[in-house]
Design a binder for this molecule. Structure first.
Ligand code: C5P
Length: 223
């Protein structure tokens, strides 16, 4: 289960990110580098994280097809194991991303369906997420980012091997903050999510390693 937990290193600088990496080193399999950390520290920090863990580069590319293809090539050259684009970028952009990613067989290319912070009503989000997941699958991407509440419908429509990555994870009395479509780690695994992305509930915990262990034990609870 630890290998299915991705911790979002949404920290301001390399020193704090590496301190968190060291605290969580034995507790999680993946780190996610998003906009905040990448804008501040860029490729050298990603390379350092890759010496100990798998890395999901969560920059959600959404631009003209050529620019996205070039960004995917740069991500592949960095050596990350997962990168993402917005499915809303359309089929030509997705196709160019797939072509660029094909040179890097160890890197999974994932599309964001509907952000878990989006205020779209849940039923509508499910319809749109499935539509975008089908487009991503038919274009050759490995999977999607979606909320836990869309995983079962996406797996049904796209097949069980189509990867689902789920942020918006909260448990106990945690504040949902800016997230809208949230679920706990047990439900995420029960619904079939392949990877769980957890940020603030772990990185802002009094003891991050304990919070990670708690998430992992909930992921294992029903199995
Ligand atoms: O702190 P929290 O657990 O809400 O962090 C969720 C992480 O997942 C953030 O880094 C956010 O950028 C990312 N994410 C998301 N929703 C998506 C894709 C990525 O929340 N659809």
């Amino acid at each position: 289960m630890r290998q299915r937990l991705m911790v979002a290193l949404d920290m301001p600088d390399a020193a704090q990110a590496l301190h968190m990496r060291n605290q969580l080193a034995e507790h999680v399999g993946w780190f996610k580098v998003g906009l905040r950390l990448f804008v501040a520290e860029g490729a050298p920090l990603v390379k350092e994280l890759l010496t100990s863990h798998k890395v999901f580069l969560d920059l959600k590319f959404h631009d003209i097809p050529n620019t996205v293809a070039q960004a995917i090539e740069s991500a592949g050259a960095l050596g990350v194991q997962m990168v993402n684009v917005h499915a809303a970028g359309g089929s030509e952009m997705l196709k160019r991303a797939v072509d660029a990613a094909s040179a890097f067989p160890d890197m999974q290319l994932i599309a964001v369906t509907v952000l878990t912070s989006d205020s779209m009503p849940a039923e509508q989000a499910k319809v749109v997420a499935v539509e975008r997941a089908l487009l991503a699958r038919d274009t050759g991407l490995h999977g999607v980012v979606c909320s836990v509440h869309e995983v079962a419908s996406i797996k049904k429509a796209c097949g069980n091997h189509f990867v689902t990555v789920t942020p918006g994870i909260r448990w106990g009395s945690q504040d949902i903050q800016d997230q809208k479509r949230v679920a706990d780690p047990a439900l995420a695994v029960q619904q079939g999510a392949d990877y769980l992305v957890v940020g603030r509930p772990i990185i802002q915990a009094a003891v991050p390693a304990d919070a990670a262990d708690e998430a992992v034990s909930m992921m294992s609870a029903r199995f």
